[in-house]
Design a protein around this ligand. Structure first.
Ligand code: AMP
Length: 599
């Protein structure tokens, strides 16, 4: 029996897990890392990079690299990436699900390498608050990557599945999930092996990336204070500042202060300008507190929807990398009057839960049953009879939010005017009474109605919401029994036709095959091994060659600075101080970038 894998397709990191002997396990990549950064790029030679390699080049080559693509899922936002070699300006546009497919394909390969067999089926997680279009885009990405997506499940639900409930008593658990780009809170009820989501709420545009950006602005302000001018506004410098902000943020989770040392950020005349300062944890906390307040409001709303008080909760589980921030833990604890549980791995539990669910679907001996709910109410725009007359545009809910899935519901509507020959069925998702204020999912016209007085013709609208969170709408004209199935047109993204899917898969195969061919070429070790027997990062070798080329052309002051840096590198190599090399390499990369953009 081939394995069904569980995938956490995260904004910042993604993981793949499987179940073995009833236990879920996250699979490591070649580098031993369990997390694959959700970052995709093309190298200077036009080679596809997915994961850490892509992330590493993000600051230096933002035009070749993309991260946090999850934020765009379900839209037709195009990412333009330079895909050709250094000399070429060749670019290509990618849709969000195409980029996600590259990440999923890499995870599929990771699982195949670990298992030694082909993998074709998966369960993929999404934020509970993802809309229909976003879920559909995720499913499409899986299909392009060559995976049959058996089920799309909510991330907090997956996390709760890994929670080891010891008693047979019903436990109510609040799952607070704050990742890189999204925030979710769910109230989950666990009875024995059954996990049921009572309510979910969140914001799919809030997460650690926002903290990074606030800190980036703070750093830019410090630079302005020091140098009386702005940090250069080019994408590469801004990306560097953002990367620095993220590192500082992570440091501040375990330290009260974080040093900042970003060399060659800008220039005044011929003088290079650096940013050297220190950030206190309390300053960072002041920056993010307003955003965290929003998450507390979401907690209250989810509790309200589940009809529970904080005291009714038995456990609080924190999920997502951003919950490592001490202030997050503190604020959740203060707000709910209870400390979150220890021992749940915030970065891995979503993938582990997805694997457990995959195990259940594949018929493995796993003790977990999942009951999920829909995150948004679904309905149509209808006219209502009011004392002031008939009011159009009212949002008539057919499936209320937090209904257990799969769910099918119908409502019957009638014509509002005499001899009405057609009815427009407009579908929305959301909670506002005014239909137009909600997210439109598509529309459908029922035509050819026989001439009858107002109210004499009835149309049944049937909503079918499946386990993947995908909605199918069917209308039936009750007189003649004439039926139609609604083609739901998700905000900009349609389901791919089988031809389009084939094409998208072939495109992806081509990118990965080129990659595999290149991987087979032996690396020229002689170029990267020093006489001291240290093997250098090939990137450092390229930088050193570049440095030698530009050295003579530099003005005195810059030439001295570069010479000094090169000497430090030579010394580190001679003394076999390999630990010092990554930092020096970064400094060299920054310097070379600085002189190429300021010459
Ligand atoms: P996730 O989407 O769950 O992988 O979470 C990724 C987010 O967690 C990113 O914004 C990371 O910068 C952030 N993160 C990871 N580790 C830490 C840490 N120790 N302190 C603060 N934020 C972190």
């Amino acid at each position: 029996m081939t394995k069904t894998i569980g995938i956490d397709l995260g904004t910042t990191n993604s993981e793949v897990a499987i179940v073995e002997s009833g236990q879920a396990r996250v699979l490591p990549g070649d580098d031993g890392d369990l997390m694959l950064p959700s970052c995709v790029g093309f190298s200077e030679t036009g080679k596809l990079l997915v994961g850490r390699e892509a992330l590493r080049q993000y600051a230096a080559a933002p035009d070749r690299t993309v991260r946090s693509i999850k934020r765009w899922m379900g839209t037709d936002h195009k990412t333009t990436l330079r895909v050709g070699g250094t000399e070429s300006d060749e670019t290509r546009d990618f849709l969000p699900h195409e980029i996600s497919a590259m990440i999923l394909r890499t995870l599929k390969q990771r699982a195949e390498t670990a298992l030694g067999e082909a993998v074709t089926q998966a369960v993929i997680t999404v934020p509970a608050y993802f809309t229909d279009a976003q879920r559909q885009a995720t499913k499409t990405a899986g299909e392009i990557a060559g995976l049959e997506v058996l089920q799309i499940i909510n991330e907090p639900t997956a996390a709760a599945l890994t929670y080891d409930v010891r008693s047979e008593e019903t436990e109510r658990v609040l799952v607070y999930d704050l990742g890189g780009g999204t925030f979710d809170v769910s109230v989950v009820e666990i009875t024995g092996e059954v996990t049921e989501v009572l309510a979910s709420h969140g914001n799919n545009q809030l997460g650690g990336d926002d903290f990074d950006r606030r800190l980036q602005l703070h750093l830019a302000a410090k630079y302005r204070q020091t140098h009386g001018m702005d940090v250069p506004d080019d994408p590469a410098t801004q990306a560097r500042l953002l990367r620095a902000a993220e590192q500082i943020k992570v440091t501040l989770s375990s330290h009260a202060f974080a040093p900042v040392r970003e060399a060659f950020l800008g220039s005044k005349g011929k003088t290079a300008l650096h940013l050297e300062t220190e950030i206190a944890r309390s300053d960072f906390e002041d920056l993010i507190r307003p955003l965290l307040d929003e998450t507390l409001e979401a907690i209250d709303r989810a509790l309200g929807d589940a009809d529970l008080q904080p005291d009714d909760l038995d456990r609080i589980i924190l999920v997502g990398g951003s919950t490592r921030i001490p202030l997050v833990q503190q604020m959740v604890e203060d707000h709910l009057g209870q400390a979150p549980v220890d021992g749940v791995q915030p970065d891995l539990c979503v993938a582990l839960g997805a694997a457990l669910q995959a195990g259940v679907l594949a018929g493995e001996d796993v003790e977990a049953i999942l009951v999920d709910v829909i995150p948004h109410s679904l309905g149509i725009s209808a006219a209502v009879d009011t004392p002031m007359g008939i009011m159009p545009g009212y949002f008539s809910v057919i499936i209320p939010r937090n209904s257990v899935v799969p769910v099918s519901r119908s409502e019957v509507y009638s014509t509002v005017s005499d001899n009405q020959s057609a009815v427009e069925i407009e579908i929305f998702q959301g909670e506002n009474q005014a239909a137009e204020e909600n997210v439109p999912l598509g529309s459908y016209k029922v035509e050819g109605l026989p001439p009858k007085p107002a109210g004499a013709i009835e149309i049944e609208v049937h909503f079918d919401f499946d386990l993947n969170g995908i909605l199918t709408v069917t209308t039936t004209e009750k007189g003649k029994g004439q039926q139609g199935t609604l083609v739901v047109n998700h905000a900009g993204i349609q389901r791919l036709s089988s031809h389009e899917l084939k094409q998208a898969r072939a495109d992806l195969d081509a990118l990965f095959e080129v990659d595999e061919l290149e991987a087979d070429e032996p690396i020229d070790v002689s170029a990267t091994e020093t006489k001291e027997g240290i093997s250098l990062d090939p990137e450092l070798v390229t930088l050193l060659n570049q440095a030698q080329k530009v050295l003579d052309a530099l003005e005195d002051e810059q030439s001295e600075e570069l010479q000094d840096l090169l000497e430090q590198i030579e010394e580190a190599i001679a003394n076999q101080e390999t630990d010092a090399l990554p930092e020096l390499q970064e400094e060299l990369s920054d310097f070379l970038y600085y002189i190429t953009t300021n010459s």
